[in-house]
Design a protein around this ligand. Structure first.
Ligand code: PHE
Ligand code: ZN
Ligand code: ZN
Ligand code: ZN
Length: 294
């Protein structure tokens, strides 16, 4: 069953239309059960292979929406080595998404507000991504839409996705592992970002651990484009290991976020200390890179 509006758009060869949930599992869900109601959201810039997408739409789509990235930048600072910091603003439909990702979104907002008091030497660009949960649609669109010059003008990208998980660890994306992601070249500089976060937690006497770049958040498209990236992460559906419990406290053999993608991801699902520490961590990293005198 093909949505009539989509049919018309496809027939008209329209650009800027629609789509599409690119998670295979959902496509297989067909039109019965809860998956049939997964909204499919996205903006397609070119009309290239829209027909291929229309086939997918036919079996899964229940709704069309447009989604947006919100991007703001400091008026001061050189713009050829921009410091980017981002968090996805969407959540899954199953719940309110307060840890995933109200936590990261709030930290970016607080940082942006506080930055008004400072004149950075490098411009800082704050981004709230749309449609991360539907397959990194916002960040992919953004990176793909950059000219080569614009890409080269990004110094680095810092990602915040789930920074206050109840059964937290202090995870830092493992920069020297980043070349294992996909086929692309490993970005220069991700390792330095990792060390900057390590130094922050060390300065507070807090434990920390490396977490792999799995490609499952908005840093993925940056790494694939060769832009150095990093960030902090307190854990999703993985169980806390005995080793992690010894290092960080908390409850072993229980998920790092027991309400990951569930209705219980409410304001109660926030580790307030982790939120506070990680908001400072990101401020520390941005300050380290946005000002000449560190
Ligand atoms: N990006 C995932 C989400 O928003 C969270 C996640 C990140 C899970 C990294 C695992 C690893 O749901
Ligand atoms: Zn999520
Ligand atoms: Zn997330
Ligand atoms: Zn490392």
């Amino acid at each position: 069953m093909l949505d009539l509006k989509v049919k018309k758009a496809v027939a008209a060869g329209a650009a800027g239309v629609v789509i599409v949930n690119d998670r295979e599992g959902d496509m297989r869900g067909g039109l019965t059960g809860p998956q049939a109601r997964v909204p499919v959201v996205g903006v397609r810039k070119q009309d290239g292979d829209l027909r291929g997408y229309a086939e997918i739409v036919a079996s899964t789509m229940s709704e069309r929406r447009v989604t947006r990235n919100l991007i703001v930048q400091t008026p001061q600072g050189r713009t050829d080595e921009v410091i980017m910091v981002g968090a996805h603003l969407d959540s899954v439909q199953e719940g309110p998404g307060i840890n995933d990702n109200g936590s990261g979104s709030a930290a970016v907002l607080e940082l942006a507000l506080r930055m008004r008091q400072f004149q950075p030497d490098r411009a800082v660009r704050f981004v709230w991504w749309g449609a991360e949960e539907l397959g990194l649609l916002g960040s992919k669109h953004y990176v793909e839409s950059l000219s080569q010059q614009e890409r080269e003008n990004i110094g680095l990208y810092l990602n915040l996705d789930m920074i206050a998980s109840p059964n937290s660890i202090y995870g830092i994306f493992d920069g020297d592992d980043s070349d294992r992601v996909g086929e692309g070249p490993g970005p220069r500089g991700s390792d330095e970002i990792e060390r900057t976060f390590q130094a922050f937690y060390d300065s507070r006497g807090l434990p920390h651990t490396g977490v792999d770049f799995t490609g499952r958040s908005d840093y993925g498209p940056f790494i694939m484009a060769g832009i150095p990236a990093g960030g902090v992460f307190t854990g999703a559906d993985a169980q806390k290991t005995a080793e992690q419990a010894a290092q960080f406290g908390g409850i072993p053999d229980k998920p790092l976020d027991p309400c990951y993608h569930l209705a219980c991801d409410t304001i109660k699902n926030i580790h307030l200390v982790a939120l506070d520490v990680n908001a400072d961590a990101i401020a520390h990293a941005v300050a380290a890179y946005a000002f000449w005198d560190r």
